[in-house]
Design a protein around this ligand. Structure first.
Ligand code: AMP
Ligand code: ZN
Length: 458
């Protein structure tokens, strides 16, 4: 039986959905103002893996992942680009789909957009105001009154008084309590807005998710996911709004994916240490890149932080290539997985234990050893089928191992780039030019910038 670590109770629990055989799952998706980065990709890929394993376990899963398409960052970026907000968000949604596809993600069952659910948000706000849990303030905003919801803090395990003690006071005299959060923001001039009985405005972020959960799933969900950073205050806010309005339990199992770090710090726009998925894929072999990144993201457990470096990504590539090489050398027979088979049983036990992908991947490697020893097409077929449960190992093995660049890999190119830089530094321009041309002949373009020379495939 599947066990899930429920972040609200901080322990693994047997998974029992509200309705037998059905799973209602919601994951906080992206704010579409830019290309997404590897940290975002981690969270998205983790829940794609969860979605696949729930389906494999026989559930009919409705997987909803929202799109935040109105927000300060979007408005800012559109203004700076001098383009309409819709043009920016359309472009970024299309790019998001392209990148998700390249990382081997399935499309969610629904991808509701915030701007399509304003009515539902306003009706939830009305309910909360009617119950005395929200109030229209004198500045035109509407706030949720955290002290009116007794369960506030239950997800993050914080009490309102602890939160008050730890806060850095940002004075907003319109709020009754500094922890109150905005449900509806009064419109500023030149900003997109909707009319409402509270005046012209736009929704706060938390209410978006509560309203979209309700519209897509009803009052109670089985699984609600997101990155670790969303647990507080975003998810705490969602609980307060949804349970405050419906009077029913909102979420049965909360799941949070740990961060992807760079140099032990969370990869995030605000820290400026981001690599977009596009940048990373541009440096990898186009045949292999998407699956290498997926494999890299999934071989760690979703509740453990992972550290991104070029070396760890390369190590993941070598490990994935070993699996594909076995499939190339021993053609896979088409099989249906027999879950009693010892390798399959261990793989399943690992996945049923809170989505234990590190152990599941280790089983794939043991099986690879067995395939190489036995040359058994059945076992090779099992390897391919088990990999498929994680969205891996479905490409043509010979083509995958060869790659588009016919064996030259990024480390190889890095070495040539370094040699060219050394030649340039030694003022041996003939040699530097020769190396640049040699790289060009391999379809590699050099880009000299303030941080040194980087490269991409033409
Ligand atoms: P954002 O666009 O920043 O709101 O993030 C979208 C999703 O990506 C959320 O579920 C975040 O928790 C998640 N996320 C952002 N940065 C990281 C990171 N470095 N590692 C893992 N997940 C992240
Ligand atoms: Zn959300």
């Amino acid at each position: 039986m599947l066990k899930i670590f429920n972040s609200q109770v901080r322990e693994k629990q047997s998974f029992v959905p509200l309705e037998p055989g059905k799973v209602r799952m919601y994951v906080c998706g992206l704010t579409v103002y830019d290309y997404f980065h590897l940290g975002n990709a981690r969270t998205l890929t983790v829940f794609d893996m969860v979605y696949r394993w729930l389906q494999r376990s026989g559930y009919a899963v409705k997987y909803v992942r929202n799109i935040t398409d109105v927000d300060d960052k979007i408005i800012d970026r559109a203004n700076r680009n001098g383009e309409p907000i819709e043009a920016l968000t359309e472009r970024m949604v299309a790019a998001m789909h392209e990148d998700c596809d390249r990382l081997g993600m399935l499309r969610p069952s629904a991808e509701p957009r915030a701007t399509g659910h304003i009515e539902g948000m306003l009706s939830m706000i009305d309910t909360l105001v009617g119950k005395g849990m929200a109030y229209a303030a004198d500045n035109g905003d509407v706030y949720f009154a955290v002290r009116e919801f007794p369960g506030y803090g239950k997800l993050s395990g914080k009490s309102i008084d602890d939160l008050r003690a730890g806060e850095r006071v940002a004075v907003n005299t319109s709020k009754r309590d500094p922890l109150d959060f905005v449900l509806w923001k009064a419109a500023k001039p030149q900003e997109p807005h909707w009319t409402s009985r509270y005046g012209n405005g736009r929704p706060g972020w938390n209410i978006e998710c509560s309203a979209m959960c309700k519209a897509e799933h009803g009052d109670t969900l089985d699984i609600h996911g997101g990155g670790w950073d969303l647990q507080f205050p975003h998810h705490e806010g969602e609980i307060a709004q949804s349970e405050g309005a419906s009077g029913k339990a909102f979420v049965r199992y909360w799941m949070h994916a740990a961060f992807l770090n760079m140099d032990s710090e969370k990869m995030s726009k605000s820290l400026g240490n981001v690599f977009t998925v596009r940048e990373i894929l541009a440096k990898l072999d186009p045949v292999q890149g998407g699956e290498v990144v997926r494999y890299f993201l999934l071989r760690g457990h979703y509740r453990s932080e992972i550290n991104y470096t070029w070396d760890t990504l390369h190590d993941a590539r070598a490990s994935l290539l070993a699996l594909y090489t076995a499939l190339r050398d021993v053609p896979a027979a088409p099989i249906d997985i027999d879950w009693e088979q010892p390798f399959a049983a261990r793989f399943k036990a690992a996945m049923d234990d809170d989505f234990g992908t590190p152990l599941a991947v280790a089983v794939l490697h043991e099986l690879r050893g067995e395939v190489n020893r036995s040359r058994s097409g059945e076992l090779s077929g099992l390897l391919r089928a088990l990999g498929g449960c994680l969205g891996l190992l479905q490409a043509d093995p010979a083509a995958f191992v060869q790659g588009a660049a016919q064996g030259d890999d990024a480390a190889d190119i890095d070495a040539l780039v370094a040699a060219r830089n050394a030649a340039k530094k030694a003022r041996d321009f003939a040699e530097a030019d020769r190396l640049r041309d040699a790289l060009k002949a391999r379809g590699v373009v050099l880009e000299d910038g303030p941080q040194g020379t980087t490269w991409r495939r033409a």
